[in-house]
Design a protein around this ligand. Structure first.
Ligand SMILES: Nc1nc(=O)c2c([nH]1)NC[C@@H]1CN(c3ccc(C(=O)N[C@@H](CCC(=O)O)C(=O)O)cc3)CN21
Ligand SMILES: CC(C)C(=O)C(=O)O
Ligand SMILES: [Mg+2]
Length: 268
């Protein structure tokens, strides 16, 4: 076990300021949580991607608040040092009042230190209300999988100038509303770099190039056990490692050394 002080939002801000890359991985259970912490992962994301990789759905939409609370609690039981972020599932934050109730369950029962929600301008008031109640919030822009049917598939976002400008504005807006971290998913690397430079808060990329302040990846993609096609921006770290603990360490090292994502995992 790596003996480190618990990771806090303040520590993540300092890492950004110091240029130390933040390594984030999804975790859904107790056993992997121990291995991920041993590997030196800074932030554990209990992602609603569990709807796809654990529950077998073809999107994240069927995932319920009870599901997230259950997996959050499983992760929290063995976690000691990583900051735990739990995804707010589809339609669990449709009003400010509902978001406060949902987030309260995530914190009380799901062991969350921070909650993540997908979207921009529509959620400034929600982010602000959660923040005022002492709940740290992570934003999520770009490819927002809970809107997959509106987006028309899992595809790159922010490609044209207008969409890129809107994304940058919304990133600034979320920070001003009080968000303490931001996930950028599937956006051109140049745009992700601009957003990371513009914001004070850490920007964590997935399919967003190497210039973000940190990287996040779905655990099962990292181990090459996602059935079917895995996203182009992911990488199987078990191919080069001798076992699962070594693969997880290889990911953390690659992120810290700015070797991941490499050009072949980067979207233009
Ligand atoms: N296993 C897994 N990994 C993820 O990264 C992930 C999930 N599930 N579920 C929730 C979202 C959905 N994500 C996805 C899923 C698929 C692609 C994908 O297949 N992209 C294609 C391009 C598709 C297109 O442009 O038409 C690719 O080749 O990367 C991307 C992001 C990211 N998240
Ligand atoms: C892919 C990450 C950012 C996520 O939201 C999830 O795993 O649900
Ligand atoms: Mg998610």
């Amino acid at each position: 076990m790596v003996d480190k002080a618990p990771v806090t939002t303040q520590r993540l801000l300092r890492m950004k300021a110091d240029g130390e890359k933040i390594a984030v991985v999804t975790s859904y259970d107790a056993s992997f949580t121990c291995l991920l912490e041993d590997a030196g992962v800074d932030v554990l994301l209990v992602g609603d991607s569990l709807g796809m990789v654990v529950q077998g759905h073809d999107s994240t939409l069927p995932v319920t608040l009870d599901d997230m609370v259950y997996h959050g609690a499983c992760v929290a039981r063995t976690a000691k040092q990583a900051l735990r972020v739990v995804d707010m599932p589809f339609m669990s934050y449709a009003t400010v009042s509902q978001a406060l109730d949902s987030a309260a369950r995530m914190m009380r029962e799901g062991g969350a230190h921070m909650v993540k929600l997908e979207g921009g301008e529509l959620f400034y008031k929600t982010v602000s209300a959660l923040t005022q109640h002492g709940i740290p919030v992570c934003g999520h822009l770009g490819l927002t999988p809970q809107s997959v049917h509106q987006l028309g598939g899992y595809r790159v976002q922010g490609r044209d100038e207008e969409a890129a400008r809107r994304l940058l504005d919304e990133a600034v807006g979320l920070e001003q509303a009080g968000a303490l971290m931001l996930v950028l998913e599937c956006v051109p690397a140049v745009l992700a770099k601009q957003v990371s430079e513009r914001l004070q808060i850490p920007v964590i990329g997935i399919g967003a190039g190497v210039d973000c302040d940190g990287q996040v990846m779905v655990l099962y993609d990292m181990l090459g056990i996602t059935p079917g096609k895995r996203p182009k921006f992911s990488h199987n770290f078990l191919e080069q490692g001798r076992d699962i603990p070594a693969a997880l360490k290889a990911y953390v090292e690659a992120v810290k050394a700015k070797r991941f994502p490499a050009p072949e995992q980067t979207l233009a």
